[in-house]
Design a protein around this ligand. Structure first.
Ligand code: G6P
Length: 607
């Protein structure tokens, strides 16, 4: 949700801010703006729509002089996406400018008080109260003004602030929204995400909640909420800059789909040593394991569906009951969680607000928390008792692909690792480890085996609705397949447990209704085949996803998608790939904005 950037140095600020905003555009893209400071004067440029409009308006930043500035790309929460509501917001006296990512929960009360005190509001945003509070509290000392302002705010915020009295400085404040400082040579930066920094520097400092920073071109000073200076260590970013570029692909999503064999390999391979699963990061969990009575998995969106797919392997191999709960539900459900619960939290970004809140709720009830996260140093990663990173690299497309498959890969590894630690020997460990090692190759095969997907997309792209059906892990994958389809192609796509069809949804089947049937588990194949026959006899057009050479399905389905033959316990991570490609090509056929679907943001840092 929203991206913010800041720069101070000797180079012209505006082009650097615009470049940073382009990298953050996946976080929100309904309006954007920059503020640049030149000799004690702050100038502002704002637009509705994409960063491209801001580049056009500012002639790629050339018409804004000054080498200190802040920028923002917005995903509207409070107030429509208009120019007035776009950030930065300016104080009434024009001496302060603010960009904000997050939500100020008590803004209505603050706004009323400020209006009583004579402040005039230009926008409908929650953010604008911040800039007026700073003006009110500023008595020649920005640090004091920021502390007093932060003391008034409830909610989540990452702030970037300019003060015209200090023309070479930018300020950054963090509370429950990500903010990273970049250390350059003779210049310094901040941004919501490292992807906006890596073109300039690889040395970064992660601000923590309650901290704020003063950046000049030659120094970065960090303070705690009481104004005490604190020493912070910098971290070196090892990501390849090219990993955050499109590299010849038409869309980030397609690039990220194609990167999955490598991403899953990078996640799995280093954790298999001498025929065993090794998780150095989980050693401290082992003594507590025998007391664990329940595993609860929580997450949002695709990360939640990754949990639904991984649950089967965990339960089967560890013989511990596994529940899955959406984080937005779990946080308000007065959950039955205690110190005998292992909470597995899954998040690509590590910054999803509901996920963080559910985690806090369960931690307070004594649960041990294990996070599966992609973004290093993110809030979820830092809050958890144990953190396992997926090594997917930066994921830019809003709809996740390699984030999801690497999350499931970690759940498979975890299932085998925990069962080993619990002394449960299924007698098939070696075979299963080999099966995990084969997954990257099988994902590649699933990409190569389905050259007909663009053709199928042409056949199905104009459908009114698409139904996905499957059982067990096939059902879990159907949920994610349908989500991908709606996210990027805007088609009405729903997933049903195949056995539930008769309890209502079969009423929706009519002539030529496409049904995508997932049949990748030989043990329950016959059951799903019965459902295929049922929908076909009511006129449905069936596209079946199954393993190569499955003669039985060949005779009943109209069209086919293939995966190689895999142990059904581990097949979800491969099954999803043809469905991702189908969603991609349907969206392309429908000329949708694939990497930035309407109304969606990659990192949902508000409730
Ligand atoms: C958003 C994204 C989804 C993602 C979900 C959870 O809705 O568009 O792709 O699955 O958030 O995000 P997380 O970063 O916690 O995995």
């Amino acid at each position: 949700m929203c991206g913010i950037v800041g720069f101070t140095g000797v180079r012209s600020a505006a082009p650097i801010l615009l470049d940073g905003l382009k990298k953050l555009e996946y976080r929100g893209y309904d309006s954007a703006g920059i503020a640049v400071m030149d000799h004690h004067v702050i100038s502002l440029s704002k637009v509705t729509g994409r960063i491209a409009n801001l580049c056009e308006k500012t002639h790629d930043g050339k018409c804004m002089a000054g080498s200190t500035g802040i920028g923002h790309t917005r995903w509207a929460t409070h107030g429509a996406p208009t120019e007035e509501n776009a950030h930065p917001h300016l104080s009434n006296d024009g001496r302060f400018a603010v960009v904000h990512n997050g939500i100020i929960e008590n803004y209505i009360a603050l706004r009323e008080e400020l209006i009583r005190d004579g402040y005039h509001f230009e926008s409908e945003t929650d953010t604008e109260v911040i800039v007026h509070l700073i003006e009110m509290y500023y008595r020649g000392d920005m640090r004091e003004a920021l502390i007093r302002t932060a003391n008034q705010l409830r909610g989540s915020y990452a702030l970037g602030v300019l003060c015209s009295e200090e023309p070479d400085k930018i300020y950054a404040v963090r509370e429950a929204s990500p903010l990273i400082l970049g250390l350059g040579i003779g210049e310094n930066f901040f941004a919501s995400d490292v992807t906006a920094l890596v073109n300039h520097t690889r040395n970064v400092i992660y601000l923590e909640d309650g901290e704020f920073a003063e950046l000049s071109r030659s120094s970065i000073r960090v303070f705690d909420g009481a104004g005490q200076e604190i020493r912070k260590k910098s971290t070196r970013i090892l990501w390849d800059v090219q990993a955050a570029e499109k590299g010849g692909f038409e869309h980030f999503m397609l690039k990220e789909i194609m990167e999955q064999p490598g991403a899953v390999k990078a996640t799995i391979s280093p954790r298999i040593k001498d025929g065993r699963i090794v998780f150095d990061e989980l050693k401290a969990l082992i003594p507590a394991l025998p007391n664990i009575r329940k595993i609860m998995i929580t997450a949002c969106g695709s990360a939640y569906y990754a949990g639904c797919a991984g649950k089967y392997a965990l339960e089967k191999l560890c013989r511990i009951p596994v529940e899955t709960q959406l984080a937005s539900e779990l946080r308000y459900s007065d959950p039955l969680i205690d110190e005998q619960t292992l909470l597995i939290v899954i998040s690509q970004s590590g910054e999803t607000a509901d996920t963080i809140a559910a985690m806090k709720e369960c931690k307070a009830r004594g649960a041990k928390t294990l996070a599966i996260v992609n973004v290093v140093g993110s809030t979820v990663a830092k809050m958890a008792d144990y953190t396992v990173y997926t090594w997917a690299g930066p994921e830019i497309a809003v709809a996740t692909t390699k984030g999801y498959t690497t999350q499931i890969s970690v759940l498979y590894l975890l299932a085998l690792y925990l069962s080993d630690c619990l002394g449960l020997d299924s007698g098939k460990k070696a075979v299963m480890i080999e099966a995990l090692q084969a997954l990257p190759r099988q994902i590649q095969q699933a990409i190569d085996m389905n050259p007909g997907i663009p053709g199928l997309a042409r056949k199905y792209h104009a459908s009114k609705a698409l139904f996905f059906i499957g059982r067990n892990t096939d059902y879990a994958v159907a949920l994610e397949g349908a989500l991908k389809m709606k996210e990027i192609s805007y088609l009405h796509a729903e997933a049903y447990a195949a056995g539930e069809l008769k309890h209502g949804t079969i009423a929706l089947i009519e002539e030529h209704q496409p049904v995508i049937a997932l049949c990748c588990n030989p043990l329950i194949m016959e059951k799903t085949m019965n459902n295929i026959v049922e929908v076909k006899s009511r006129g449905a057009e069936v596209l079946a996803l199954t393993y190569r050479n499955n003669q039985k399905i060949l005779s009943v389905a109209d069209d086919l998608l293939f995966i190689p033959q895999i142990d059904p316990l581990f097949s979800a991570v491969v099954e999803i790939v043809p469905l991702q490609l189908l969603a991609y090509y349907v969206a392309k056929e429908n000329e949708c904005d694939i990497d930035k679907p309407k109304n969606l943001a990659k990192s949902v840092t508000v409730e």
